[in-house]
Design a binder for this molecule. Structure first.
Ligand SMILES: Nc1ncnc2c1ncn2[C@@H]1O[C@H](COP(=O)(O)OP(=O)(O)OP(=O)(O)O)[C@@H](O)[C@H]1O
Ligand SMILES: [Mg+2]
Length: 367
């Protein structure tokens, strides 16, 4: 069992001159797969390193299994960390790399052998046990790094961008391997990435961070469907959500106006949008929530607009259409019914119920 709890944790560097984490409170459940995402420099690695004990905590408390670990050294935390750089010993074979930590612990040889072979089997690296790391591919090296963590039977696995050195195909493969490893080992995983697809596909819950502050901590579905603010809305989803300046008016019903178009306020958001009558807001539409004119035909409560295609990208089953609206570039992803070229005028629609609304000043979701 391993729960992890941060209570009002602050992390500063340079004697308090630089505060990277202003105040972090977070509870990770036993056996959970939690992914930390956020832009470069937002404090993901620092957070992970505090759990590992590689970075001390300036103030606040960190608990692992209800035990305060602020002053417990890394080696006594029963945690294994896997880095982007693998950090394998180049002069040792794969077998020795994996056995190293157990040997230090003075574990009997036959027990070590059992553990190494068990991990190698699960990770499919048995044929390489006698090789040196340099004779392995990136994906194989990454699996050795995972194996080295597995043999220690840690309570918690910490992984810091473990796949970022791999090419796209291998990354997808290793992604599912790590997910099944988690299911198999039934331990708590905390995984850092700045790849939102990795986060969405692997996590039970995702922590979205910006400048050391948690923006939202929830399941991938909720982050996607109910982002708390514009940062999360823009970070989760690819291509990212379109943000369009809009305003709220009451004129024969509550309406949202933007760039010469209008949509009725969706029923479930009306109550909240009432507070914004006469004010500017931001309208958010995900590229994949646009419909072609054909698809919109049978829909009620759809807003249809005509836009000029700046660029059209065929992706196979879908087409990405880049267009300008309100002085900004936006993207719509629609079914590729017929070929669309740059310069073509196309009709795009979206349902008012798929629209998101944000407070222009606070950037928080409305409703
Ligand atoms: N030892 C240190 N001294 C001073 N500042 C530091 C130190 N370590 C990290 N930082 C700063 O803390 C901030 C967070 O760093 P961190 O490595 O946690 O970011 P990250 O979210 O992991 O970024 P990336 O995605 O680029 O890996 C950065 O601004 C970084 O410059
Ligand atoms: Mg990092």
């Amino acid at each position: 069992m391993a729960t992890i709890k941060f209570t009002d944790v602050v992390k500063s560097f340079d004697n308090g001159k630089v505060t990277v984490i202003p105040n972090l409170s977070l509870e990770i459940a036993d056996k959970e797969f939690v992914v930390l995402v956020g832009p470069s420099g937002c404090g993901k690695s620092t957070t992970l390193r505090m759990i590992a004990g590689l970075e001390d905590i300036t103030s606040g408390e960190l608990y692992i299994d209800d035990k305060k670990v602020n002053d417990i050294p890394p080696k006594d935390r029963d945690i294994a960390m896997v880095f982007q750089s693998y950090a394998l010993y180049p002069h040792m074979t794969v077998y020795k790399n994996m056995a190293f930590a157990l040997k230090l612990k003075k574990m009997p040889k036959d027990e070590i052998d059992k553990k190494v072979r068990w991990a190698a089997k699960i990770l499919d690296i048995e044929p390489y046990l006698d090789r040196k790391p340099r004779a392995l591919s990136g994906g194989q090296r990454q699996r050795v790094a995972l194996g080295r963590a597995m043999v220690r039977n840690p309570k918690v696995f910490l992984l810091d961008e473990p796949l970022s050195n791999l090419d796209a195909k291998l990354r997808t493969e290793m992604r599912s391997q790590i997910t099944s490893l988690h299911q198999r080992l039934q331990t708590t995983f905390v995984y850092v990435t700045h790849d939102q697809t990795e986060a969405m596909t692997m996590a039970d819950r995702i922590v979205v961070m910006d400048k050391g502050v948690i923006q939202q901590f929830d399941t991938p579905q909720i982050l996607y469907n109910e982002p708390a603010n514009m940062f999360v809305a823009g970070f989760i989803g690819s291509p990212q959500m379109n943000f369009i300046d809009a305003s709220v008016v009451k004129d024969n019903g509550l309406k949202i106006l933007f760039s010469g178009y209008e949509i009725p306020a969706p029923k479930e958001k009306k109550e909240y949008l009432e507070d914004y009558i006469g004010k500017d807001i931001v309208l958010g539409i995900r590229p994949e929530h646009f419909l072609s004119a054909e698809e919109a035909k049978s829909e009620k409560d759809c807003c249809t607009m005509t836009v000029k295609t700046e660029i059209a990208e065929m992706t196979g089953s879908e087409t990405n259409i880049y267009f300008e609206l309100g002085g900004k570039r936006h993207i719509a992803r629609i079914k590729a019914e017929k070929k669309i070229c740059s310069g073509d005028c196309v009709k795009l629609a979206f349902r008012s119920t798929s629209a998101h609304f944000f407070d222009k000043d606070t950037k928080m979701s409305i409703g």
